[in-house]
Design a protein around this ligand. Structure first.
Ligand SMILES: O=C(O)CCC(=O)C(=O)O
Length: 307
C-alpha cells in the first residue's frame, strides 16, 4: 500500500528535508504527534458572526424547504454541501492561509475542498474515523478541516479526539468485511454494520492502548485539522438548547477520487486514481463541483433551487 509520507513512522524527522515552512512547523509537528492541529484566530470573530448572520438569511429565504427538518430541540440536522448555495462559506477555506499551508505541505499538492457539513449544533457523534466514507486511491489523501463559527465550551458539545489514535495500525479491513458480510460477498458502498464493526474495533484498540479522549473547546474562528486516521466525534451536548455553529470541510489533493466502503473494506481492489468531477475556483482555491446540496442526507436540492 502506498502510504502518504506523513504516515511514515519517521515523518517528524523528515520535516527539514522536506522543506517544511518555518511558520507552520510547530503546527505540523503537533499534527503528526497528536493527530490534529489547532489554529486559533484563523478567521476573525467578525467574519464568523457574518457567516452565521448569512446563514440566518439563507434560512429565511429557504424557510419552506428547511422548516420540515427542524428537530425537537429547534435545530437543523447536518446540512451537506451548503457552500455550493451559500458560497461565502467557502471563505473559511480559501481565506484560511495557515490551515491551507499546513495541508498543502502535508499533501505535497494543492488542497481542494471535496464536500462539507454545516452544523447548527454539536453532532454528539461517537468516536469514528472518517476514512470509510473518504477513501481515496491511493489511500489516506484526505483531511478533516473544522472551523468554529461560534465559541465552543463543555456545554454545547465540543469536538472530541482520541489523541494519538491516528498512529494505531490499520485493522484488517478485508477480514472485518468477511466477518460481517460473509466470505466472497461484494462490499456495498454503504453498510451500517460494517461501519459499526470497524469503528467499534478502532475504539477498543484505543482503549487497550490507554489512549485518552480529549474535548476541544475553542473560540470562534479556530480551525482544527484532523488526520485521516484520527478517531474523533462530538462530545455529549449538556445544554441541548445551545447552538454550536461549525463548518466541516473534507479536503483532498486536486483530482483525488473519493470512494466509500466498497473501496475502504477492499483495500487491495483497484479503482481509478483520478476523480471524475470538475472543480470551481473562487478566491484562487478550488472546490469540487457537485450537483446537489442535501438537508440531513434526506432531501436534495440543486444549488440553483435554493435562494
Ligand atoms: O463537529 C462535530 O461534532 C464532529 C464532526 C465530525 O465528527 C465529522 O464531521 O466527522
Amino acid at each position: 500500500m502506498q502510504l502518504p509520507w506523513f504516515m511514515e513512522h519517521n515523518a517528524r524527522e523528515t520535516l527539514s528535508k522536506r522543506g517544511c515552512p518555518p511558520h507552520i512547523r510547530p503546527i505540523v509537528e503537533g499534527f503528526l504527534e497528536k493527530g490534529y492541529a489547532l489554529i486559533p484566530d484563523s478567521l476573525s470573530a467578525d467574519a464568523c458572526d457574518a457567516l452565521v448572520a448569512r446563514f440566518r438569511r439563507f434560512e429565511s429565504a429557504n424557510h419552506d424547504k428547511l422548516a420540515p427538518f427542524i428537530g425537537a430541540d429547534g435545530h437543523y440536522p447536518r446540512l451537506v454541501n451548503i457552500h455550493l448555495a451559500m458560497t461565502e462559506l467557502f471563505d473559511t477555506f480559501a481565506r484560511n492561509p495557515q490551515a491551507l499551508a499546513v495541508q498543502d505541505f502535508l499533501f505535497g499538492a494543492e488542497t481542494c475542498l471535496y464536500t462539507s457539513l454545516f452544523y447548527e449544533r454539536g453532532s454528539a457523534q461517537p468516536l469514528h474515523r472518517d476514512t470509510p466514507y473518504f477513501c481515496t486511491r491511493p489511500e489516506y489523501r484526505y483531511f478533516g478541516m473544522w472551523v468554529a463559527l461560534e465559541d465552543v465550551d463543555e456545554e454545547n458539545g465540543p469536538l472530541m479526539a482520541l489523541e494519538g489514535g491516528h498512529l494505531m495500525g490499520e485493522l484488517d479491513r478485508a477480514a472485518i468485511a468477511r466477518e460481517v458480510l460473509g466470505a466472497g460477498v461484494p462490499v456495498p458502498t454503504d453498510s451500517p454494520d460494517l461501519w459499526n464493526a470497524y469503528q467499534n474495533a478502532v475504539t477498543r484498540q484505543g482503549q487497550r492502548l490507554g489512549l485518552k479522549v480529549v474535548n476541544l473547546p475553542v473560540k470562534k474562528g479556530t480551525t482544527i485539522i484532523w488526520h485521516p486516521q484520527l478517531p474523533h466525534g462530538g462530545a455529549p451536548i449538556k445544554d441541548i438548547k445551545r447552538t454550536r455553529f461549525s463548518f466541516v470541510m473534507h479536503t483532498t489533493p486536486e483530482g483525488a477520487p473519493v470512494y466509500h466502503h466498497h473501496a475502504f473494506f477492499a483495500p487491495d481492489a483497484p479503482f481509478p486514481e483520478r476523480a471524475p468531477w470538475k472543480y470551481e475556483t473562487r478566491d484562487g482555491r478550488k472546490y469540487a463541483r457537485h450537483p446537489r446540496v442535501s438537508f440531513g442526507h434526506e432531501k436534495d436540492y440543486t444549488p440553483q433551487e435554493l435562494a
